[in-house]
Design a protein around this ligand. Structure first.
Ligand code: GLY
Ligand code: MN
Ligand code: MN
Length: 436
């Protein structure tokens, strides 16, 4: 088995200098907690796998339970770390993270008594932070870490390199299902994740999703023992992670030949996908990219005979959101949602399709974002009496009922785009969109 490349180390001094400049603190103190392991309810001594809060990890590159990074603009950065216990050395093989012993934090704080505190990362018990300053400083911190540095991009590329053979394995088993072999959604997940790990993944970036037939319409579908059927659409949303940096990729593959309706649905999403990727340029407002993709797909649904009327109006009335009920994407990198969110002052919409929009920002140079349009036939939305009444004239309900009953499911395609001054760079575009 070939050795996977070692993930590059970040330049933490440069990162911290950049953050200090962006926050521009005067008198405020910044505390960033790694957090503690969370016990499994009823699991006695067991905990969920520990991941340091992403804000702490960004500043330290360490998974240090209980660690605290403190910053005083007048005296700089201090890393407070708990002492590793003998039990942790014995049971986990844990080693000491370098830094100042955690008990010294109390004296550090006492020497600065009365100054306002902003608390990022995980909350630290017994310390009261200034809520308003914490919000403003978190906004500035999040914004400052949106452009990815070289080590971050390099780790993301390693995650993509580990994901590629996983998707090859998925395509292989789907082709076997099309040829008549019994293959379940779980089999697709198993073969795919084995390749992720053989090729350097340290984790999956999130729980892998595999949905065949009607299951492809479950937005966050857990792989089950359901068999793939020839003629199914098979949606896979999965990616590897390397040292906390991941890929978030979706492909919808045909299990053998699929009928013309499924092909048409795929073509509509695929066209909107390509156009949305091309729109990922420096300065583009994410909401505009989202609405353009929603309108493209609404137009496709009108051509298909599923929706009736003008595409822009169908997006405005939320009729299109019956079939595209999520946002176009989110930032990806340090975790699957990375530094998404909204520019200060912008409110989260409660409209269908927009309530789950995970960011409302202009794209900047160096950002890495997912682009993930999708169209689905979701029973819970289609059979909702309120939706039936509200969109009575905008939807061809008999056709929609027929497609729902056929188990068409849905289509999503997702890639990870690095926004650069030279244009969008598709980090995951090497993962084939079709089986052959
Ligand atoms: N993998 C879940 C998502 O696309 O956000
Ligand atoms: Mn995804
Ligand atoms: Mn995503």
């Amino acid at each position: 088995m070939p050795q996977s490349p070692t993930p590059p180390k970040p330049d933490l001094a440069a990162r911290r200098a950049n953050i200090a400049k962006a926050l521009d603190l005067k008198d405020e103190l910044l505390l960033v907690g790694a957090g503690e392991a969370i016990g499994i309810p009823g699991g006695m001594d067991q905990t969920y796998p520990f991941l340091a809060h992403s804000e702490y990890f960004y500043l330290t590159d360490e998974e240090c339970e209980g660690g605290v990074v403190a910053f005083d603009p007048k005296s700089g950065w201090t890393d407070f770390v708990p002492e590793v216990t003998q039990a942790q050395r014995v049971w986990e093989g844990r080693t000491q993270v370098p830094g100042t012993p955690l008990p010294a934090l109390a004296a550090w704080m006492a020497a600065r008594r009365g100054r306002p505190i902003a608390m990022l990362g995980s909350k630290l018990p017994g310390i009261t932070a200034d809520a308003a300053k914490t919000t403003t400083i978190r906004d500035a911190f999040t914004h400052a870490r949106r452009p990815k540095d070289a080590a971050e991009i390099a780790r993301m590329k390693l995650a993509v390199a580990a994901s590629l053979p996983g998707y090859a394995a998925a395509r292989r088993v789907i082709a076997e299902a099309a040829a008549g072999k019994a293959v379940t959604e779980r089999d697709v997940q198993t073969e795919m994740e084995a390749e992720f790990f053989r090729n350097g993944a340290t984790r999956t970036c999130y729980s892998s999703l595999v949905g065949a037939g009607s299951n492809a319409a479950i937005l966050h579908v857990d792989p089950s023992s359901r068999l793939l059927k020839p003629g199914d659409l098979v949606l896979i949303d999965a990616g590897a992670e390397v040292r906390r940096y991941g890929a978030d990729v979706t492909r919808t593959y045909f299990c053998g030949p699929v009928d013309s309706v499924r092909q048409e649905l795929y073509a509509i999403v695929n066209r909107a996908f390509d156009r949305a990727i091309a729109a990922c340029t420096v300065g583009a407002e994410w909401l505009d990219v989202h609405f353009a993709a929603a309108t493209d797909m609404a137009d496709g649904l009108v051509q298909m005979g599923v929706l009736k009327g003008n595409a822009t109006a169908l997006v405005e009335s939320d009729a299109a959101a019956l079939f595209f009920p999520h946002g176009l994407g989110h930032l990806i990198g340090l975790g699957v949602r990375d530094a998404s969110g909204r520019m200060p002052g912008r409110q989260q919409s409660t409209r269908p399709g927009l309530s789950k929009l995970r960011m409302d920002i202009p794209l900047g140079a160096g950002y890495t974002t997912t682009v993930e349009p999708g169209l689905y036939f979701i029973a819970a939305l289609i059979n909702d009496p309120e939706n039936r009444t509200k969109h009575k004239d905008a939807v061809n309900w008999p056709l929609v009922d027929k497609l729902l009953a056929s188990g068409i499911g849905g289509v999503r395609i997702e890639d990870n785009i690095h926004v650069t001054p030279a244009g969008p760079e598709n980090l995951t575009g090497g993962i084939p969109r079709t089986i052959n």
